[in-house]
Design a protein around this ligand. Sequence first.
Ligand SMILES: CC(=O)N[C@H]1[C@@H](OP(=O)(O)OP(=O)(O)OC[C@H]2O[C@@H](n3ccc(=O)[nH]c3=O)[C@H](O)[C@@H]2O)O[C@H](CO)[C@@H](O)[C@@H]1O
Ligand SMILES: C=C(OP(=O)(O)O)C(=O)O
Length: 428
Amino acid sequence: MQKLLIEGGKRLNGQVRISGAKNSAVALLPAAILAESDVTIEGLPKISDLEILGDLLEEIGGKVEKDGQTIHIDPSNMISMPLPNGKVKKLRASYYFMGAMLGRFKKAVIGLPGGCHLGPRPIDQHIKGFEALGAQVTNEQGAIYLRADELRGARIYLDVVSVGATINIMLAAVKAKGKTIIENAAKEPEIIDVATLLTSMGAKIKGAGTDVIRIEGVETLSGCMHTIIPDRIEAGTYAIMAAAQGEEMLIDNVIPQHLESLLAKLREMGVSIEANEEQLLIKPGNKLKSVDIKTLVYPGFPTDLQQPFTSLLTKAEGTGVVTDTIYSARFKHIDELRRMNANIKVEGGAAIVAGPYQLEGAKVKASDLRAGAALIIAALMADGVTEITGLEHIDRGYEEIAQKLTSLGATVWREEMSEEEVEQFQNS
Ligand SMILES: CC(=O)N[C@H]1[C@@H](OP(=O)(O)OP(=O)(O)OC[C@H]2O[C@@H](n3ccc(=O)[nH]c3=O)[C@H](O)[C@@H]2O)O[C@H](CO)[C@@H](O)[C@@H]1O
Ligand SMILES: C=C(OP(=O)(O)O)C(=O)O
C-alpha cells in the first residue's frame, strides 16, 4: 500500500494533457456488451476503475485487448453470467452491466455497486426505468436480479435527474421493441458520448444532451470505433490547481464549454483564463476573491469539483459558502482539511470557508476520489510536507497524477507505507 507525499509551496508551471473521461469510459466499456462484433475505444484513461471493468467483461466471456489508451472488446462470446459479488462492488459504474446485459440477454444478476461514499446513492430510478421497459426486478441479498421476456419501449419520467439512470435506461432501451422516451433526463456531456458510441453501433437515439431523449429500439447492434471525450473533471481539477498554486498552466485536450460553470467562478475570483477549442491557459491573479458555489446538475457547477474547489477557497479573501445540492453530505474532506489548519465550518448543510490563511502540511486520509483531489490541492499550497493515504480512491479517477504534477514543477512522490502505517490506516 502506498501513500502520496507532497512538499507544498512550489509554483506550478507548464503544460498538462488531460486524459479521457472516467465517467464516460466507465459506461462505454459496458456498452460494448450490446454489440455483436468488435468495439474499439480510443483515448481511455489509465485508471483502476477501467481495469476492473475490463476484468468484468472478461468474466462474462468477452475478449479484451488493451493497447495503450485503446481497448478492443470482442463481445461475441459473452454470456449473461451472474455477477452478484466480487469486483462489481469495487466501483459505482458496475451498475451499467444491468442495462447492457438486460438489453442484450434480457436477464442479468449484478451486485449492488460500490463507488465513492457520498451519503445515500439509491438506484431506484434505474430500476423504475428497467421495470417500465418490461423487466421484473428484485433485490436479493444485495444483488439485483433482472429478467424480461421482451423489452418494450416506454415513456419514462425520471423523478430525480440522474446520470447513471439516464445512461442505464438508454443501454437497455436501444434494443427494446418500439419507442422509449426518457423525460427529465440528465444532460451531462458523458451522456452524449455514450449516445454517440451507441449510434455508431447502429442505435437510433435523438436528444442526448437535452432533457428528453428519444430512442427507437433496433434488433441488432454491431461493432464500431469510438474516441472518448476528455475528462472535464480532471481538467477542472487542474484548473483549480492552477488557480491555487500556478504561475501559468496550459491545460491541453479539454472542451472548455464543458467547464463553463467552473471557469465563470474562477474568473469571478480574479483568475485569468484564455480558452481556445481544446486548451485553457490559466494564470491566477495576485489576490483571489472568495465566491459562493452551489452544485447543480449539468450545466451547473459539478458536484465532482465541489471538494477540490473548497480547498481553493482557503486561499481566497473573504467568506465562501459551498452548498452541494446533489450529495448534501459530501463533506468528508473537511475534517482532513482542518488537520491542515483550514478554518472551515459545516453549518446547515453548507461548508463555510473564511479565508485566506496558510495551510500546514499534515498526515491526512482521502475518504473518496474527489476528497483525494481536494487534499492534493491543499497540500500543493501548504507549508511543509503532506502525507496522503487512501490512494486507491485517487487512482480510480486520476491518471498518473504524481507524474503529471511533477512535470508541472511540484515536488510529489509515492512511497510504500510501513506495516505499522498500513495497520493504522486500516483501523482509522
Ligand atoms: C460513474 C459516474 O458517472 N459517476 C457520476 C454520476 O454518479 P451517479 O450516476 O451515481 O449519480 P446520479 O446522477 O445518479 O445522482 C444524482 C442524485 O440523484 C440521486 N439518485 C440517483 C439515482 C437514483 O436512482 N435515485 C436517486 O435518488 C443520487 O442520490 C444523487 O443525489 O453522477 C454524479 C452526479 O453528477 C457524479 O458525482 C458521479 O461522479
Ligand atoms: C463520485 C465519483 O465517482 P463514482 O460515481 O464512480 O463513485 C466521482 O467521479 O467523483
